[in-house]
Write a protein that binds this ligand. Structure first.
Ligand SMILES: Cc1cc2nc3c(=O)[nH]c(=O)nc-3n(C[C@H](O)[C@H](O)[C@H](O)COP(=O)(O)OP(=O)(O)OC[C@H]3O[C@@H](n4cnc5c(N)ncnc54)[C@H](O)[C@@H]3O)c2cc1C
Length: 388
């Protein structure tokens, strides 16, 4: 049976930006009833963790493994929020080893990747749990309802009220709407949701709100980087060659090595059960296509192990894998936005009571967790000013 719900505010998406926004909003608006609607089974979005039924006790961060704050403008809003997360012991400074593998397969420790510049932070638990803790810390009165496994496919704005419809026909009515994903604003929604008009364009026709028109026009120029992540559940006895005991260890490949081995970076993740998980990232289009077109996934998986073993052949800390190490593959159609970043001035339409946050906004954190958090903090302030 289809259900109908009514809220003061609905948030679409359950990634880190949605969680930061919800947490701050709950703190400042204790009487408001809010909902978070997410297609996934839990929180975290692209900063989440694979907890598999098959591999009990394993938790592999299969999207962002950690995050870095590069903000050189000493943004106080962001800084005080990071301090709050540190004080709450949700995160800690990530002092894990980072290696940059160069052409001779030697390691350098100089930091120069978009994912490691500035200060690096690690969730004290898994990445999914970071999002969860962020919300729970301010959900003391249980004012937020979570609707998981719910895909929003349609938006309407009627009589100053949003009507948000899910694929299975559930309806959410709300005075305010927050979109933490831009799927419902972007042309890729047509194919993904199998619809014939971009949902936000359908809800707010052209020439009704200049800001929305500009936002939708700019988004036409935003594209997305696809990625694959390979989650390697190593065998019983797999370990480092040395006695490294920190939670994570990162190996970045310089461009020419990335072209040769097809890997972008490799993150070793020590599990609570002391086994060593490995997550390999690739954004090499040729390699991604060879996965998509592979007749036999097993052959592709063997290629991953072969490349890994060649890459680490003479490495002083990493051991080779064996061909019976278990690999699962995660496909990210849109791992990061690229191209045009959206100006923060387009984050809120007062007329339509709709706000947007996420890593698709301009700034040093564009395409990263830093941008997601900052845009959520800024939006929450704007919404509060509007509600008061
Ligand atoms: C493989 C990978 C590696 C990365 N590495 C790093 C890194 O090292 N450092 C870093 O800072 N960043 C990294 N990133 C980027 C980082 O993960 C993102 O910037 C950040 O997680 C984005 O958070 P968000 O809340 O803005 O968006 P998301 O996490 O994408 O949240 C949006 C949520 O909305 C949901 N959703 C979308 N459409 C609908 C709908 N119609 N109905 C219901 N729900 C919907 C989605 O399921 C998703 O959970 C990486 C990303 C990937 C994929």
């Amino acid at each position: 049976m289809k259900s109908a719900f009514t809220y003061d505010l609905v948030i679409i998406g359950g990634g880190i930006s949605a969680c930061v926004f919800a947490s701050k909003f709950l703190k400042n608006n204790i009487t408001k009833k809010i909902a978070l609607v997410e297609i996934g089974r839990g929180l975290g979005g692209r900063s989440s963790t694979r907890i598999s039924k098959r591999f009990k006790g394993w938790k592999l961060n299969h999207g962002a493994p950690n995050f870095n704050i590069s903000n050189s403008k000493n943004n106080l809003l962001l800084k005080s929020y990071i301090d709050e997360l540190l004080e709450n012991k949700f995160i800690k400074i990530d002092d894990s080893d980072i290696y940059f593998l160069n052409q001779d397969l030697n390691s350098e420790t100089q930091e120069n990747s978009e994912f490691s510049v500035g200060i690096n932070y690690l969730s004290l638990d898994s990445m999914s749990q970071l999002s969860q803790k962020i919300i729970e810390s301010n959900n003391l009165k249980g004012k937020i309802d979570f609707h998981f496994e719910t895909l929003i496919v349609d938006l309407k704005f009627n009589n100053k009220e949003w009507i948000i419809t899910s694929k299975n026909g559930d309806k959410f009515k709300s005075k305010y709407l927050i979109c933490s994903t831009n799927l419902l604003l972007h042309k890729r929604s047509l194919k993904i949701l199998n619809i014939n008009k971009i949902p936000l364009r359908k809800a707010i026709p052209i020439n009704y709100d200049k800001k929305i028109d500009l936002l939708l026009n700019l988004l036409e120029e935003q594209s997305f980087i696809p990625r694959l992540t390979f989650l390697i559940h190593t065998n019983e006895n797999y370990s480092y060659k040395d006695f490294y005991s920190k939670k994570q260890r990162y190996f970045y490949l310089r461009k020419n090595l990335e072209n040769k081995y097809k890997f972008e970076r490799i993150i070793f993740q020590l599990q609570d059960n002391n086994k060593l998980g490995i997550v390999v990232h690739t954004k090499n289009i040729e390699f991604i296509n060879s996965y998509i077109n592979a007749k036999h996934e097993e052959v592709f998986k063997q290629q991953i192990i072969t490349n890994f073993n060649k890459l680490f052949e003479d490495n002083s800390v990493v051991n080779k894998l064996t061909f019976d190490d278990e690999i699962s593959i995660m496909k990210w159609r849109a791992s990061q936005p690229s191209g045009i970043a959206i100006p923060l001035s387009l984050q809120l339409s007062k007329k339509y009571r709709i706000g947007f946050c996420g890593d698709w906004f301009e700034g040093e954190g564009f395409g990263r967790i830093e941008g997601s958090i900052l845009s959520a903090l800024i939006l929450e302030k704007k919404i509060n000013d509007l509600i008061k």
